[in-house]
Design a protein around this ligand. Structure first.
Ligand SMILES: [Zn+2]
Length: 171
């Protein structure tokens, strides 16, 4: 397993729609394992999408367990070819992204979603989520369609913020 390098905005892979995963082979499994290791290696990281590590494939890993904003959690999720089937409600919250490390922003998302996807065995699964986990899933699935949270910022003037704490830590 290896910790992967995360591509940063405005890398062109981040703006592309990702390809469906049609076959789960050794390479796919290696990528999933490396994404999981990467997810757990970055402090406070709750999700990574394959294009962020340079693979334009429809694959995300999410784990919100232990995060202070978490209300419900399914633990570690590895979702292949995920599609949001149902959205309910609206909520605005502050988001950040490893591919845009210097900014956070206010983004409007659905409160509750249902998803169809495949697990790493290739089996079709359906799941529901709400609250923080649902927000993270929507953010990661956006990556598979070439959409970053800055593309959904409510107002670029009022709702995009420099991440002050990050800078302080670097100095
Ligand atoms: Zn992101």
């Amino acid at each position: 397993m290896a910790v992967l390098e995360v591509l940063q905005y405005p890398h062109e892979i981040l703006k592309k729609k990702c390809a469906l995963i049609e076959k789960i082979d050794n390479k796919t499994n290696q990528l999933i394992d490396d994404m999981i290791e990467s997810l757990h290696s970055f402090p406070g990281c709750v999700g990574i999408a394959a294009p962020q590590v340079g693979c334009s494939l429809q694959l995300i890993v999410v784990n919100v367990s232990g995060h202070k904003k978490t209300t419900i959690s399914h633990g570690l999720l590895m979702l292949l070819n995920p599609v949001i089937r149902m959205r309910e409600g609206e909520v605005i919250s502050r988001e950040g992204c490893l591919s845009l490390p210097d900014y956070t922003g206010n983004v409007k998302r659905a409160v509750k979603i249902s998803i169809c996807a495949q697990n790493r065995m290739g089996q079709h699964i359906e799941m529901e989520s709400k609250g923080f986990e649902a927000i993270v899933l929507q953010h990661e699935i956006d990556h598979l369609n070439g959409i970053l949270f800055v593309d959904r910022i409510i107002s670029l003037k009022n709702d995009l913020f420099r991440r002050k704490k990050y800078k302080e830590q670097k100095e």
